[in-house]
Design a protein around this ligand. Structure first.
Ligand SMILES: Cc1cc2nc3c(=O)[nH]c(=O)nc-3n(C[C@H](O)[C@H](O)[C@H](O)COP(=O)(O)OP(=O)(O)OC[C@H]3O[C@@H](n4cnc5c(N)ncnc54)[C@H](O)[C@@H]3O)c2cc1C
Length: 314
């Protein structure tokens, strides 16, 4: 059974990366509507306006939020500039609607893959818009071919803006060295396990060793009272981090538990009810197809949820 689920999830992961399949889906009204029903559980919506409503609701429920306009690896300057403008719009919405929210972005979405300079300039534009509302901008981690450029861009931009944060992937062996450099900056460090496939020998597979390494980073961050985000849906890790909080007693505004919207929300709610700072991460846009496939591929049981969502009346 588990094997079958994994085969289904793997097929979806491949389908997600297939440009022809994606074009077909985006241009086929019926298929688009069907799969969108499954995606709705994980996304803020297709537009910023829809997402803002959900953020308002979750703020009222006591969660801080983060908003990302979905996309990555843009190939042209106008696309990078369009995405940058959208991130500036997010900042303006957060300020005008007084939302308790940060923003998250992929640097390849705002042009880093086209040129280092373009990625940096566009990031500075977003940071400037965000600094007006004291909004934190969190840079996501991407595939390993981008890691050097992402971290260098973070280091450069964080000299100018102190509202910048960065994501490190615990599964990469190289993170042990990167961590020592990045912790010298004041910005928040979000620790994730890591989502991308890597070449052999670059990453540690899911399991006890990775969990220990993950907790090791959080331990170091909390003992230094360095701003951090515990970005995982892993209940075991969340429970261990609670012990680290008890041990190091970091300032409450220095750490947060962060989960993707629609995933293991009951765990995040329990943490919130226990008084821990918690954050919900919203993505929005029309690029939800790849996002949906990834959420199912990383937890194949979600296939059943997707089917249930598709056949549900509303
Ligand atoms: C806020 C946030 C930001 C992220 N940013 C990045 C990034 O910038 N770069 C990057 O590479 N990765 C990012 N990720 C993804 C991350 O790397 C992992 O792939 C993802 O969080 C799944 O790993 P896990 O830590 O939850 O643990 P896993 O070991 O994968 O899962 C542990 C348990 O969590 C639960 N779980 C995990 N995934 C799901 C799911 N989809 N549905 C239901 N339950 C699930 C299950 O109970 C599972 O047994 C981010 C994750 C979060 C939460």
């Amino acid at each position: 059974m588990e094997n079958l689920l994994n085969i289904g999830a793997e097929a979806l992961r491949k389908a997600a990366l297939n440009e022809e399949a994606k074009d077909f889906l985006l241009n086929n009204d019926v298929l688009f509507k069907i799969l969108k029903k499954a995606a709705n559980r994980y996304i803020g919506g297709e537009t910023l306006e829809e997402t803002v409503w959900k953020v308002i609701t979750e703020n009222i429920n006591g969660f801080k939020c983060s908003i990302e306009f979905m996309g990555e690896n843009v190939k042209t300057e106008p696309e990078a500039s369009e995405a940058t403008t959208e991130f500036v719009n997010i900042c303006q919405s957060i300020i005008s609607q007084n939302l308790n929210s940060t923003i998250s972005l992929d640097l390849s979405h705002i042009g880093l893959g086209i040129s280092r300079d373009l990625g940096l300039q566009n990031l500075l534009t977003v940071c400037e818009a965000a600094s007006g509302g004291n909004i934190e901008v969190i840079i996501s981690a991407e595939g390993t071919e981008q890691t050097d450029h992402i971290l260098e861009t973070y280091m450069q931009a964080s000299k100018k803006y102190n509202n910048l944060a960065v994501t490190l992937q615990a599964y990469l062996y190289r993170t042990q060295d990167d961590f020592e450099d990045i912790i010298k900056e004041k910005g928040r460090i979000r620790i994730v396990k890591g989502a991308f496939e890597t070449a052999a020998g670059l990453s540690i597979p899911r399991g006890e060793m990775l969990d220990e390494i993950y907790l090791g980073y959080i331990d170091k961050l909390m003992s230094a009272n360095h701003k951090c985000s515990v970005a995982t849906h892993d209940d075991k890790i969340q429970q261990e981090v609670k012990k680290l909080i008890g041990l190091h007693n970091p300032e409450k505004n220095s750490y947060e538990f962060e989960s993707l919207y629609g995933i293991q929300t009951s765990q995040l709610t329990a943490l919130k009810n226990e008084g821990y700072p918690t954050k919900m991460y919203f993505v929005y846009g029309r690029e939800w197809y790849l996002y949906l496939c990834n959420r199912i591929a990383e937890y194949p049981l979600n296939l059943f949820q997707a089917v249930a969502d598709i056949v549900a009346k509303n």
